[in-house]
Design a protein around this ligand. Structure first.
Ligand code: DOR
Length: 438
């Protein structure tokens, strides 16, 4: 851990507002905030830059074990660091899927060796691993695929699903797409090779039906529920009708409010294929409005890297998913630069709220005593996202060719610089996040 550094003259995004001030970091923690503090160590002049709490990305797929040719915990965490992300929550749809305590222990051991930022993991639900789900220690939650996606995890039997909601206390995060609706749609359309069929197979009613069922089970059993990557206006409306005292939260991915059908499919083909799918402008607008009004509380990327070779196969063969951990903060900073949101909102959606929702102690805010997981961004820096110039092993982005304003220039993990001047220090190691039961 670093001894002492003072980050001077940045616009600092504090919980109470934005203030030009200095931040002293000592032994990995924020030791003091204020102007004219005595120098006790190194000084970083951050004039013209903005200091935000490090981003916590609450949904990534780093592919280890089983598909490390696409990404591994080291490369994924490097991409995170370059994107201003100082902690991530990784999904269990690996090969083999992480559905037992021993597989979880193995994944945590791999992460400890390789991750340059902090990490936490979801445990995968199957129709019959309830005992493992409830016995595993220190995970961010239980991941339930209500509809099939990448990998072999699936709980589409309502009885098995209810058993999971009814037994146990830890947070359940659902991939909410109804398997029966999708199978019926697929049967109606037959074998299609046109990517534009994707949002018709995985249509709005599949998403709404699954989200309805999950929220109903959460309310019935008073179980903490998080709905992953929401994609429809109808689901937002449903969340707005929840009764007081509910224990339900929901997230949105930047790609679902920045890339829209049919343009994205015409331009990107199967590179735009993900589950749940990119939809029309109507949904994108509704998702943004729902984020702004608090119906959706946080932002995740669903970073799901596949190689370009895999992605560029015809529809039906191409896997679903796209990288995103490295571009989410620039996308939001760009929106802030155009006046759609404030930097305080960005910090709330991407740092403070993920920490709160998952009970991650001492992270997500710039406050004395909090961990010094920080990102300095240059709000006026313009850069073009370019395939081949990214840290993710998959090395492509659906935003290739897009110029964004506002980029991370320096990322700190417990006060240590992990990303600076376009380079990641791959010797830094993050820690396992600690989750207090929420
Ligand atoms: O598009 C997706 N890809 N959605 C998911 O739910 C899984 C992910 C993956 O792991 O590739």
């Amino acid at each position: 851990m670093s001894e002492s550094i003072t980050i001077c003259n940045a616009e600092v995004v504090l919980p109470g507002g934005i203030q030009r001030t200095d931040v002293v970091v000592q032994d990995g923690r924020i030791a003091a905030i204020g102007s004219g503090l005595p120098d006790t160590g190194g000084v970083i002049n951050a004039e013209g830059l903005t200091l935000l709490p490090g981003v916590i990305d609450p949904q990534v797929h780093f592919r280890e074990p089983g598909a490390t040719h696409k990404e591994d915990l080291h490369s994924g965490s490097m991409a995170a660091a370059a994107g201003g992300v100082t902690a991530f929550l990784d999904m269990p749809n690996n090969k083999p899927a992480v559905i037992t305590r021993s597989r979880m222990a193995e994944k945590k051991a791999r992460a400890a060796e390789q991750c340059v930022v902090h990490y936490g993991f979801f445990m995968g639900a199957t129709p019959d691993n309830l005992e493992e789900l409830n016995a595993v220690e220190n995970v961010c939650g239980i991941k339930v695929f209500m509809g099939a996606s990448t990998g072999d995890l699936l709980v589409d039997d309502p009885v098995a699903l209810e058993r999971i909601f009814a037994n146990g206390t830890r947070l359940i995060a659902v991939h909410a797409e109804d398997e029966t609706v999708m199978r019926d749609n697929q049967a109606l359309l037959g074998e299609v090779q046109d990517i534009r069929a994707h949002p018709r197979i995985r249509d709005e009613s599949a998403a709404l039906r699954a989200t309805k069922l999950a929220t109903r089970l959460s309310l019935k059993h008073q179980r903490r529920l998080h709905v992953l990557h929401l994609t429809t206006e109808e689901e937002c409306d449903l969340l707005r009708t929840l009764p007081a005292g509910h224990r339900i939260s929901a997230e949105v991915c930047p790609q679902h409010f920045t890339l829209t059908a049919p343009e994205c499919y015409e331009r990107l083909g199967t590179r735009a294929q993900m589950n749940p799918p990119l939809r029309t402008q109507r949904h994108a607008d509704a998702l943004w409005a729902a984020l702004k009004d608090g119906t959706l509380q946080c932002i995740a990327t669903d970073h799901a890297p596949h190689t370009l070779e895999e992605k560029d196969q015809p529809y039906g063969k191409a896997p679903s998913g796209m990288p995103g951990v490295e571009t989410s903060l620039p996308l939001l900073l760009d929106r802030a630069s155009r006046g759609f949101c404030t930097l305080s909102e960005v910090a709330r959606w991407m740092s403070e709220t993920p920490a709160r929702l998952y009970g991650i102690h001492n992270k997500g805010r710039i406050e004395v005593g909090y961990d010094a997981d920080l990102v300095l961004v240059d709000p006026s820096l313009k850069k073009t996202v370019t395939n081949g110039e990214l840290f993710t092993k998959s090395n492509w982005s659906p935003y290739h060719g897009m110029t964004l304003q506002g980029w991370p220039v320096r990322t700190f993990v417990l006060g240590e610089t992990v990303f600076h001047n376009g380079e990641v220090n791959d010797q830094i190691r993050g820690q396992e996040l600690q989750f207090s039961g929420v």
